[in-house]
Design a protein around this ligand. Structure first.
Ligand SMILES: *Cc1c(COP(=O)(O)O)cnc(C)c1O
Length: 503
């Protein structure tokens, strides 16, 4: 008699979930069940499975919001059945999006003419969609210019740091634009402005500047990049502009470092993206793309759709989508105001500085400091995150530190640096809104314990850990080589199963 048939008893309808057939057997995972099941059972089953994902608040790997107030959650829950695009006549959701675009454009110092803000923008699913749209707009603008001048327009390129987030590679590949990289060095992870601008030529559609790289959180020197690009444009008769990837920094710098000039205050910044679901403090599902003015959005990529009786301009990759994220974003703007964002970002900056200092001062049993902090983000000069590496040769590596911390529930990524500096391994903690100083203190306690455990573990444990890591990496690489047959000659991330694609 099989295990399953033993548990297949007739149901009375009164069983507690853990006495039902579904709790006592495997559920269908590849084909739909023939029969229905009670709503409460489906709920409990999936809820239990999702527990394996860990506690979002202890996931220090992610930039994405894990806390919103109850009132925000209520508002979002109440509007779950709303399709963002279903608007008849006046759309409250559309109006809220417009307000958010205006608020963000002014936060980024969009230029005004006759008291009117010239910027245009859209809500997206995240910064990835915003970046793909920005690259598309830039490519099309460049093509029109080249065509008008009777020059070839078949070799567009993008100039950027090799430490870009994976969405830039997607944008380049999907839209058939050549990737021209400034490569990270062993001790330099933010693009060197002169070396970056030296890559610009007549086929460059856009220079990308990152306001907070995902690897070390450093802000690139957008002001210097802007100045050098201006000189180059003038000297060579070019018309190249900058897109700032403010996925994380876009909602941090205006509050934690208001004097830093990185946005539309600089004359060559044509577009900016920011993730509402990172430091915009909204749950996952919202990003923003903002253009300096209409001249950067060619007409032939804007669609006017006549939907439910009214014409609407559309420049997005999706049509239908949830409206709740834009609503949640507006809640935060209204609720927090500039003072609220400033208070939160100041706390996060202070916590991050505190944690960096503490980690740098951790000593091993021999009295020698263990770690070196990478990137200089102190005092709001970069993102509130701490990236660090082991300073000395140890019997264990950063992956072992991450794995040991995981046994306490903390998710801390260990990863290798961007291409050309990938021998460097690092660990990273992103300081998010709900990572208070008290939680940071608890984390530090567990990091100290981790070091003690690893320092005292016998060599065989370290050998075993390395073996497990190697096998897991190899398995990943094999799996990915089976599933992709793309020409990898330009690929920088996700190669050989290495963890470049952190986000
Ligand atoms: C997170 C991130 C992205 C991608 O943003 P999503 O909102 O996750 O699509 C792009 N660039 C940088 C620098 C990021 O940190």
């Amino acid at each position: 008699m099989s295990f399953l048939s033993k548990t297949a008893k007739p149901e009375t309808g009164f069983e507690s979930f853990y006495g039902t057939n579904i709790a006592g057997s495997q559920v269908a995972t590849s084909e739909m069940n023939e029969e229905e099941m009670p709503a409460s059972n489906a709920y409990r089953y999936i809820k239990d499975e999702l527990l394996m994902d860990g506690t979002p608040a202890l996931n220090l790997a992610s930039f994405v919001t894990t806390y919103m107030e109850e009132e925000a959650e209520k508002l979002m829950m109440e509007n779950l059945s709303k399709n963002f695009i279903d608007v008849e006549g006046e759309s409250a959701c559309g109006e809220i999006e417009t307000r958010c675009v205006n608020i963000i454009a002014r936060l980024f110092h969009a230029p005004e003419e006759n008291g009117k803000c010239q910027a245009l923008g859209v809500s997206t699913i995240g910064s990835s969609e915003a970046i793909i749209l920005s690259v598309l707009a830039a490519k099309r603008r460049w093509q029109h210019m080249r065509k008008a001048a009777g020059k070839p327009y078949d070799k567009p390129n993008l100039v950027m740091n090799s430490a870009v987030q994976v969405c830039w590679e997607k944008a380049a590949r999907y839209l058939e634009v050549e990737e021209k990289y400034w490569y990270c060095k062993d001790n330099e992870f933010a693009a060197n402005p002169q070396e970056l601008i030296d890559l610009v030529d007549e086929n460059t559609i856009l220079v990308c500047a990152i306001l907070g790289t995902t690897y070390t959180g450093q802000y690139e020197d957008v002001k210097e990049i802007d100045r050098l690009l201006g000189e180059k444009n003038k000297a060579e008769g070019l018309s190249v502009y900058i897109h700032v990837d403010g996925a994380s920094g876009g909602f941090v710098a205006p509050f934690a470092n208001p004097d830093l000039e990185w946005d539309f205050r600089l004359p060559h910044v044509c577009s900016i993206n920011a993730s509402g679901h990172k430091y915009g403090l909204t749950y996952a599902g919202v990003g923003w793309a903002i253009w300096r003015n209409k001249s950067f959005l060619p007409d032939d990529i804007l669609f006017t759709v006549n939907y439910l009786g009214s014409p609407q301009v559309s420049f997005t990759l999706n049509f239908s989508k949830s409206g709740v994220h834009v609503i949640g974003q507006y809640y935060q703007f209204l609720r927090l105001g500039k003072a609220g964002y400033r208070n939160i970002m100041t706390n996060l900056t202070n916590t991050s500085d505190w944690l960096a200092e503490k980690i740098a001062s951790i000593e091993g049993s021999n009295g020698v400091t263990k770690f070196e902090i990478l990137g200089d983000n102190l005092g709001g000069s970069g993102l509130p995150l701490v990236a660090w590496k082991l300073k000395n040769k140890e019997d264990y590596d950063e992956y072992a530190v991450a794995r040991t911390l995981r046994s306490r529930g903390w998710i801390v990524p260990a990863y290798t640096m961007a291409p050309h500096a990938e021998t460097l391994k690092l660990l990273r903690v992103v300081v998010r809104e709900d990572f208070s100083l008290q939680r940071a203190t608890t984390f530090l306690r567990d990091l100290l314990d981790t070091i003690q455990i690893l320092d005292k573990a016998p060599a065989s444990v370290h050998e075993y850990q390395k073996l497990v890591h190697k096998e897991a990496t190899q398995a990943k690489a094999e799996a990915s080589s089976k599933h992709t047959d793309v020409d990898d000659s330009h690929s920088l991330q996700g190669k050989h199963g290495k963890t470049h694609g952190i986000c």
